[in-house]
Design a protein around this ligand. Structure first.
Ligand SMILES: [Mn+2]
Length: 369
């Protein structure tokens, strides 16, 4: 959950004082569809390090825009730009849809100047940092479709913020239907339904998080009706690991220390572990969830030793279970990480500490309630 500096708006791009700066919807799905139809070119952006919902919402929308304009003979062309790193399965979702990936610390491609910019699954400067310079001078042509509780309203005057949605693909599915003139997501082409399903399934932890409700399951059912192959999507997302990841997982579990009085499990992964198992730093995803299957474990941390130009540092990831346990409330891991200079959400949070692994571990144990 690395936080990047927020770029400040220059005076000439600042919005008029009459513009609502509150993070609420200012437009409807129908109005966004009308706005899309008025553009000759649309650039789709989403948060850096895109996940399933970020990729799914932007690819589905790009395809709907392109199919709709081909059908109507309109000129509008849509393409997506992403800020690396990308998940290993990104290529399968993107397919033939026009998309560019901006690698770390690389400048934005300069030649393309879209008439409209559509941002999905975020509205925060700190998640759009790689695009900030490009966006700052084009805020007047930007639209946001998001489901997060917080965002920077100054980025776009046209905002569709559906904070009751579990995934950004839910409002996006509605707009795809309007653009293609179909009544139900069940009538969408499967190449649009597939990325929508990816977003819905991943943002709900494969339909098990607390954000699942009837609306989520109804959309899932309608998308399956289009012919989405959910078992191949599951295999693509969760069954393509390398054996090196499993060897690293064994090391992480072996390292696990239980802090009984804090109902905590702490795992550590060293630089030597990465070397011995030939695993990469991106292969620790999901390890932090494993000890949560133990009843008495209420909070889990994984500390990963990493190295950059400034030397060795420790990355901490924390998860906590939502329900209280024997009268003890759920651990607010956002508050824990705040004391370590990081942050995130109440149930999932992180911090980066410029300390060796053991020292960082002692700081974390002291910070746990
Ligand atoms: Mn999302």
């Amino acid at each position: 959950m690395g936080m990047t500096a927020t770029p400040s708006l220059t005076k000439d791009t600042a919005l008029s004082p009459t513009t609502s700066q509150e993070w609420i919807s200012t437009t409807t799905a129908n109005e966004i569809a009308d706005w899309i139809r008025e553009q000759n070119s649309i650039l789709l952006l989403t948060h850096a390090k895109p996940d399933g919902d970020a990729l799914g919402s932007s690819i589905a929308l790009a395809r709907a825009i392109n199919i709709a304009s081909e059908t109507s003979g309109a000129a509008c062309k849509a393409e997506c730009w992403y800020a690396a790193p990308m998940p290993s399965w990104a290529k399968t979702i993107i397919g033939n849809t026009k998309a560019k990936t901006i690698e770390d610390n690389q400048p934005m491609p300069g030649a393309f100047d879209p008439e409209g910019i559509l941002i999905t699954d975020t509205g925060s400067w700190n998640q759009l940092a790689p695009f900030a310079e490009f966006l700052k001078t084009r805020l007047d042509r930007t639209t946001i479709i998001d489901h997060h509780l917080q965002g920077d309203a100054e980025i776009a005057t046209r905002r569709l913020i559906d904070s009751s949605a579990a995934a950004a693909v839910q409002p996006v599915a509605e707009i795809c239907c309007i653009l293609l003139g179909v009544d139900s997501p069940a009538d969408l082409p499967v190449e649009i339904a597939m990325p929508l399903y990816v977003g819905l399934a991943t943002d709900t932890g494969w339909f098990k998080h607390s954000n699942v409700d009837g609306r989520v399951m109804r959309l899932a059912g309608q998308l399956l009706d289009t012919g989405v192959n959910h078992t191949s999507i599951f295999a693509m997302l969760y069954q393509r690991d390398r054996t090196s990841r499993f060897k690293l997982m064994a090391r992480a579990l072996e390292s696990m220390e239980i802090i009984k009085e804090k109902n905590a499990a702490i795992m550590t992964v060293t630089l030597q572990d990465f070397k011995d198992t030939k695993a990469g730093p991106g292969e620790t995803g999901g390890f932090v969830d494993l000890p949560q299957s133990v009843a008495a474990i209420r909070v889990v941390a994984i500390l990963t030793e990493q190295k950059d130009a400034d030397g060795v540092f420790t990355k901490i990831s924390l998860r906590s279970k939502p329900d209280e346990w024997e009268g003890k409330p759920a651990v607010d891991v956002n508050a824990v990480c705040n004391t370590l200079g990081g942050g995130g959400h109440a149930r999932a949070s992180g911090a980066k500490i410029r300390k060796p692994l053991e020292e960082a571990k002692q700081m974390l144990i002291a910070a746990l309630p």
